[in-house]
Design a protein around this ligand. Structure first.
Ligand code: CP
Ligand code: NVA
Length: 321
């Protein structure tokens, strides 16, 4: 019996994605009011969840570890210095062995093929904790934040502007946007735009009849025009450190500032989001720490997203209800 995995938001129907968001929000409300929902209490009791990280992490590590603990499970953190993950042993061997001993694997890897390989050979659910292509747990948290901020009924028809590197965080966010009827405009410099195959996958995620659009430009102001939410991420993702000088040069002019939003014509009351970790080159302090910023509630929502994903994929074995 093949387990169901969460490798990308593309793995979810729009209805399943919405359900994961509602579950995250309702669990957040219950737990914050001091009540652990019966759907979660002790549901991972006696179970070990392997958290396999080949890269650094603050939010993903803390949120997944805390999420497992909140359901009574044991989060077993395995960093790159602890286990063979893509080094000294095939991913096939690692996956078969670890999945024979735990109830799920949460994995942060380099190339997406690594987490796909783990999933292919695993006898238990695998949740992608960031690969070169996708970051589904981040997108769940981002949409919980968007729903909380704008109201659930007002999400459809919003416009998101992504200004910066077309990377893993963007790809799942764009898929989420099209599934939820949200327009997404991407401004990235030439050479750092969405690869053709990824663009196809993003476009294919819009349900039939959806009018939500993905648009691309090299001009930040064009993406910003009429947008409700401005989003960015680091220009130098983990593993790209050697390209730093080249990237800083290529992205000059892409910093999110009040001035850019004004020049581009963002909607009144526009808000700012960032998955973190943040560097000042992609967004200045005024925006990042200002009243428009959603970055800290967004980061907190990583916990509720992790709880919701573990409930759906581990407790309920991929039945998202
Ligand atoms: N946003 C995010 O995934 O952060 P970490 O790399 O700190 O986990
Ligand atoms: N794009 C970043 C996201 C980190 C959460 C990276 O891949 O390093």
């Amino acid at each position: 019996f093949a387990p169901r995995h969460l490798l990308s938001i593309a793995d979810l129907t729009p209805a399943e994605f919405s359900t994961l968001l509602s579950n995250a929000s309702s669990h957040k409300a219950s737990i914050k009011s001091g009540v652990t929902p019966a759907a979660l209490a002790g549901k991972l009791s006696g179970k070990t969840i392997a958290l396999m990280f080949s890269k650094r992490s603050t939010r993903t590590r803390v949120s997944t570890e805390a999420a497992v603990t909140s359901m009574g499970g044991h989060p077993m953190f395995l960093g790159s210095g602890d286990i063979q993950l893509g080094v000294n042993e095939s991913l096939y061997d690692t996956s078969v062995v670890i999945s024979s001993m735990v109830s799920a694997m949460v994995a942060r890897v380099g190339a997406h093929a690594e987490v796909a390989d783990l999933a292919k050979h695993s006898s238990v659910p695998v949740i992608n904790a960031l690969s070169a292509d996708f970051h589904p747990l981040q997108t769940i948290a981002d949409f919980v934040t968007i729903q909380e901020t704008f109201g659930k009924e007002k999400v459809q028809g919003l416009k998101v502007a992504w200004v910066g590197d077309a990377n893993n965080v963007l790809f799942d966010l764009a898929i989420g946007c099209l599934k939820m009827g949200v327009d997404i405009a991407v401004a990235a410099p030439a050479g750092y735009t969405i690869p053709a195959a990824m663009k196809q996958l993003i476009l294919a995620s819009a349900p039939e009849g959806s009018t939500a659009k993905l648009t691309e430009t090299n001009v930040p102001e064009e993406a910003v025009k009429g947008s409700n939410i401005l989003v960015t991420d680091t220009w130098i993702s983990m593993g790209q450190e050697e390209e730093s000088a080249k990237r800083l040069k290529a992205f000059a002019g892409y910093q999110i500032t009040e001035e850019l939003a004004k020049r581009g014509g963002a909607k009144d009351g526009w808000r700012f989001m960032h998955c973190l970790p943040r560097h000042s080159e992609e967004v200045d302090d005024e925006v990042f720490y200002g009243k428009r910023s959603l970055v800290f509630p967004e980061a907190e929502n990583r916990l509720w997203a992790a709880i919701s994903a573990l409930e759906g994929f581990v407790v309920n074995k991929g039945k998202i209800v």
